[in-house]
Design a protein around this ligand. Sequence first.
Ligand code: DX5
Ligand code: ZN
Length: 228
Amino acid sequence: MTFDRSIKIAPSILSADFADFGREIQAIEAQGADWVHVDVMDGHFVPNLTFGPPAVAAFRKHVKTVMDVHLMISPVDAYIDAYAAAGADVLTAHVEAGPHIHRTLQAIRAAGMKSGVAINPGTPAEAIEHVLDIADVVCVMTVNPGFGGQKYIDMTAKVRKLRAMIGDRPVHIEIDGGMDPVTAPLMAAAGADVFVAGSGVFKGGSVATPEVYGKNIAAIRAAAQAAL
Ligand code: DX5
Ligand code: ZN
């Protein structure tokens, strides 16, 4: 993974057909996905349950780009090695998931992955100020985590602040929740470069009609690029 701030689209397979993950991943990559976003939920940190390490290892066999694993779990540290072994390229933990985010990000890098720190809508930018030197990705949540298809919560001021705090460090700003051709440009203008989209990519399409995924990805990308 080389670093740049070009616009990247990361479809979330939380909105894919759960009976057909292999073909869904192949379809979104063939249609222009830059990263594949995998939402891991534990039924404790968030009120929903999704993918353990064996499921993520199975996805890995199909991902040719970047596997971006978003942990919505607490505690985190005991599971870092298992998600590394499952093949995560980026492993993101929430700043709200425990008292030791600094240790968690160090452990993610020590396990050979890029480190991500996610921040909920109700948490101020300053909460991650002191981990920006050990983070590769800052994931700004624009919904309360747990479900796909929720309404976008505007975080323009927070993203602007984080962009200024990051300065020239090689840290991506990723936006997660409610991204579509209307909302993504707001975040691109504020300084984001990675756009997670679940319903915004998968809506209206299927593995039988993957060109719909391609149109959705291209529309979000074009709208975000136009805002720069
Ligand atoms: C929410 C997840 C998101 C979700 C986004 O808890 O972290 O990645 O899949 O879904 P949309 O794009 O439908 O808001
Ligand atoms: Zn996510």
